[in-house]
Each structure stands twice: as C-alpha cells, then as structure tokens.
Design a protein around this ligand. Sequence first.
Ligand SMILES: [Mn+2]
Length: 355
Amino acid sequence: MDNTIINIGFNCSNEYAYITGVAIASILKNANIDDNIHIVILHKDIPIYKQNLIKSLTQIRPCTIEFRLVDNKVFADYKNLEFGTGYEYSNYRLKIASICNDLDKIIFLDSDVLVMKSLSLLWNLDIANYHIAAVCDFGRNVIKNYTLKDKDRFPNISVNTGVLLCNLKKWREDNSEEKIRESYKWYIKNYAHWPDQQALNITFKNSIYYLETKYNLGVLAYINHLYDDEDEFLNGIKESVILHYCGAYERPWLCPSAFYAAEWWQIARLTPFYEALLVYACDYKGLFMIQDLCNKLVSVGEDLHIKISYAMCKVFKFLPFEFIKKKYQYYKNKHDMFKSIKNNNWHCHNYRYYY
Ligand SMILES: [Mn+2]
C-alpha cells in the first residue's frame, strides 16, 4: 500500500461540531499505523475554541486537521426546501472541487458516521474513470417510487451520499459543479426530499463506482426496517468499515440506548467534549425533536404504500411461498412501526421495549 495522504472531508455547523468530532476521533482511533491522514472541515460558524478542541484530537493519533471557512453567498442558488435557510452547510459537498481546489481526491463523510477500520483500502480504490464512488441507498425503492415519473434522469440504482469517494480532478475537468447546480435547481423545482443527494445521483448517473455495503451501513435504518434488502446489511455488518446513523431519528447522541449507540459513546469518551455531549443527550428537548420529526416522516405519505402492501401480503401469506411470508413479515414490521409513530409512542424511552 502506498503512503499517500488520505484526504477526508466533512461539512459541519457549530451545532454539529462535537458530533463531527466523534466521527473524526473514530477515524483516528481505528486507523492503520502507517495511514497518513489529512482532515478538512468545511464550515461557516465554528468558533475558534471548538476548532481547537477538535484539533486536539491529534493526541489520539497524529494527523493534520484543517478548518476552511466557506462563504454562504456561494450557496445562494442552493436553497434547501427540506430544511430551510441556515442549513446551507449541508450542501458544501456539492462544491468541494472548487473549495478544495488543491486536492485531486477526497473521502467526504457525513457527520453522523462512525469509522470502524482504516480507510486506506477505500482510499486506494481505482476510480480514475468515475466521478464518485458510493454505496447503494438502503431504501432505494422508496426513492425510486418518489421520483418515478422522471426515472430516466436518475441512475438505475441510486446511492447514499453520506459516504463519498470523489475524483475531484475529474469533477474539475468536466465542469461537474455547474452540472450539479443545474441538477439541484431542477430537482428542487419538482421535489422536496434529499436534494443534495439527488443532485449528485442525477449528475453522476453514468459515472458511479458502486462500493461494497460495508462502507456505508445504515444501522438505524436497518433496525427500523428501512432496508429494501436486509441481507445486504447483514452481510456488510460482518466486516463493517463505516457505520452511518441515518434514516432514523434516534441518533446515538440523543438516544444512548439505541442500536449501535454504545459503540459511538465509546469513541465519544476519548474526546475532550465528552461531558458536553452527555449534557446534550440529557436535554429532554431532544426527545420532543425526535417525535416531531417522526410525525413529519409519516406525513410524507409513505405509510399509504406500507398499508396497501401489508394488506395484500396479509391476504396471500397463507400460500406456500417463502418469499410471500418474508414480505409479509417485512411489511408487518413497517406497519407496526408507523402505527406506533402515529400514536406518538415512538421515542427512545420506549425504544428498547419496542424492539
Ligand atoms: Mn447522514
């Protein structure tokens, strides 16, 4: 393995700084001894004292940690309908090729990840002929149905962009940022959800290198039955490289009793902001936030699809076919979960009884 510098990028807000810090601590704790790591954090508002605390994570293991201030004005065209203004930083990854114009390649990660192993194998994959490398999205059928009438604009299998390996040299050669901007503008005119992810899927439709599931494992998505193919997750978790706490709202920093939260807190304990994270988790407002978000999730209308599929499987489950029984169980789980959300019973206090 060569010893080139592994560039790893994050976008981050002041509010998420320590959570991103835990992701960084996990990279450092689990790196190989000869990994040469450079971390770039794109931000707009992280105060110096927090930057210094995050930089002190080099005590876990030597590396370089750099903060780059991004001008929000550059993102005036990227209004995020889903989250509103103030969340522009979630789109910073759409312009990494110009913000990081000194780098030819970068692993770009969401803040809600935990890295379990060295990223050197991921880094050394040959993606010279591709713009991005990413893992298939766990709930790609939901996304596919959501945008069905425009299906030709999207790749056959869409990817989750929480873990990205980007060929920035190719982005610059092909003027990809302009294309991403066009995709984004078209998307938000027609749809609301996941605009940054969808803009990348549209733009790089024919230039995606598909990564193994182990590089982006939606642990909460799995426990909430959001995986289209649960075996995909079960195979990937055996050799997990990156855990991703997406697709659900019981994040480990809000719900320390949730699935795979213990692993996250084990890393959090290595950081100088462990106590700050503890206090944050104790804040009961976190629980209301989860309920609120769950109710919004139901309003997306996904539950209608579940309801119909569940009713159909119920009728046919007596037939002697294993796959129908499997589908029935799958939709029953989902149906029960949505029912529980509707009754407002679904947050981390009863989470452990529920599963
Ligand atoms: Mn995420």
